[in-house]
Design a protein around this ligand. Sequence first.
Ligand SMILES: Nc1nc2c(c(=O)[nH]1)N[C@H]1C(S)=C(S)[C@@H](COP(=O)(O)OP(=O)(O)OC[C@H]3O[C@@H](n4cnc5c(=O)[nH]c(N)nc54)[C@H](O)[C@@H]3O)O[C@H]1N2
Ligand SMILES: Nc1nc2c(c(=O)[nH]1)N[C@H]1C(S)=C(S)[C@@H](COP(=O)(O)OP(=O)(O)OC[C@H]3O[C@@H](n4cnc5c(=O)[nH]c(N)nc54)[C@H](O)[C@@H]3O)O[C@H]1N2
Ligand SMILES: [Mo]
Length: 668
Amino acid sequence: MASMPTLPTACPLDCPDACSLAATVEDGRLVRLDGDHRNPLTDGFICAKVRSFASHLDGPERLLHPAVRTGKKGEGRFREASWDEALDLVATRLGEARRAHGGESILPVSYGGSNGLLSEGATDARLFHRLGASRLLRALCVAPSTSAHLGLYGRMPGVPLTAYRHAKLIVVWGFNPSASGIHLIPIVKAARAGGAKLVVVDPRRTPMAQQADLHLALRPGTDLCVALALISWLFESGRADLPFLAEHTTGAEALRERARAWSMERAAAEAGVPVADLERFATLYADTRPAVIRCGWGLERNRNGGSAVAAILALPAVAGCFGVAGGGFTLSNSQVIRLDGDAAAAAPPPSTREININQVGRALLEADPAVRVLFSYNCNPLATLPDQTRVQQGLAREDLFTVVFEQSMTDTARWADVLLPATTFLEHDDLTRGYGAMVAHRIRPVLPAMGEARPNWMVFEALCDRLGLREPSDPRGPDAMVDAILEATEDGRAVAKALREDGIALPPVGAEPVQLRDVWPRHEDRRIHLCPPELDAEAPAGLYGYQPDPGRPDQPLALISPATRHTLSSTFGQRWREPAVLLLHPTDAASRGIASGDAVRVWNELGTVECLVDVSDEVRPGVAVLPKGLWSRHTRNGFTANALVPDRLTDLGGGATFNDARVQVARA
Ligand SMILES: Nc1nc2c(c(=O)[nH]1)N[C@H]1C(S)=C(S)[C@@H](COP(=O)(O)OP(=O)(O)OC[C@H]3O[C@@H](n4cnc5c(=O)[nH]c(N)nc54)[C@H](O)[C@@H]3O)O[C@H]1N2
Ligand SMILES: Nc1nc2c(c(=O)[nH]1)N[C@H]1C(S)=C(S)[C@@H](COP(=O)(O)OP(=O)(O)OC[C@H]3O[C@@H](n4cnc5c(=O)[nH]c(N)nc54)[C@H](O)[C@@H]3O)O[C@H]1N2
Ligand SMILES: [Mo]
């Protein structure tokens, strides 16, 4: 049988790998979605979540028509409306709120969704900036890491994941590729076949940790202690690369001074790991070249997250790992191809108040002037933001008008006053970049929009028009917006032709740039700033200052909520049928008389979650795991890990402290 022709597209979901895809479409229906080989990292294979995208596309929860609430708030009862009626209503309420209470009474909330430059920060920014709405500090994820990366390296591109094949030591630190970026797995495997050693730093025995030569199962939030102990050991044992530090860095002495407090013994005690393991890690790191660190995101989600990432990123500088293929670090590669997304918005941000996305619950209940209109898009706030109880209390306010622009009937959507149906990436245009894979994709629709769903750019453009906020110089429509973005930067101009012709572009610096050979710290002096004053001023305990565990005797367990392969954040949660399971170590279970399969209560002062338990030594003692991305249907009482997550912020960047939840557990 002749194979059916495929259409090229790419996955814009919030994952580092940015798969290039081939869609088989017949009579306007998706027959098959698979990887293609244009992206050298993803090279033809994709995750199960996106392979089965068809069930997200037209599953029972897909929103197909605009709708207006008929039942009580949160009941999820709606009647269908025309786009004209829905947009008129939204525009009227936005206009009224601005007139009566000022633009700041409008709060747009957006985050992961489709990570494209047309879906986010484009016509949406045009609308909300011109309304003078409250600005959202989008610090839900990667904020502390970005602060550290920016402060030390000016966001220098990382080691390409494909170049890990050259490494002889791979350190996977707070990253779980089995869920969050599967394409690293075969590369690590190939490097190991060539003799590379593998170290994994993670409170859980992840599938990658199972294969590791060394697994440091530290307590959550203690990465800073471990990294500083390694730094101090490198300096004090004469293994630091002093000539490199003198030539390419500033602040090395200050870093050395701050690290001195962390002996191997002290760090091992704080992290709850054997000293011998720390010493083995240090020796491997000092002796093996090329050595690369894959710094993930799990370690940033606590009070020490920013300093921890900074200390980890300082390691390759102190040990002298740069300048060779497969040596250095990888954090986010989103800035490898520099594009100016704002060019599509053509609207500078106003100087209105800023609300941290991690404190939306608090803002809905307490902000002055009060939030009157909440506009949620590319986000499922009730499922994914900290302090779920307060987010829900906020959504329940009778005097709040809530617009939810969504693909699916999410937990948040059920609280909407108006629902607007959004297209998926198979149905709309976009321009995206990977933050692991070093590629940009121009996405074009491969399917007609389902039902009456519309792309973000179109809906926000229509609202701008209705509110009289359109300006003649606005780039209109996807092609004009993409052109504006590509023309605004040197990198954009360099990759424009490839994007237009092939739908994919590799970075202008080449596919596999080497750190401190081909790419340099993006500071004016091209040096690594190991102790940047701005970070020092921001961190409550100073940069590299450790803040102790927030646990209390009545909340002795650290609850972490990492990614799983079933969902992408909460996207696809509607397809995950099994009830949520809390992972607990046998010691912690035994002392509470808990066995696998029991129903348990997990609680702290912020809330309670009722779910099932699985007893397993996959997680270290003192730590409980309940995945991120759950929907209310997955637990017995409708609350998820986020109900236990404080809305306190990380030391740098105002980030979320998801893994600083401290809880007690008992049989239900
Ligand atoms: N399938 C799937 N893929 C995804 C996502 C998803 O939800 N599902 N999410 C996407 C998004 S938005 C992001 S940001 C990335 C996240 O990708 P990851 O970097 O993998 O982030 P997490 O899953 O939060 O945590 C990674 C690991 O850190 C560990 N961890 C938790 N606390 C600590 C700590 O204090 N120290 C250390 N060393 N480790 C710790 C966790 O046990 C976990 O194994 O993945 C993206 N890809
Ligand atoms: N407990 C806990 N919670 C966490 C985390 C954790 O580690 N622990 N991790 C956090 C992290 S890393 C992240 S990044 C956040 C992500 O949090 P969110 O940004 O809320 O991400 P999703 O849950 O994927 O929700 C995105 C929504 O956008 C919709 N969407 C997708 N594309 C479009 C589009 O083009 N237009 C419109 N209008 N809608 C679209 C999807 O249907 C989906 O419902 O979650 C955070 N939440
Ligand atoms: Mo994220």
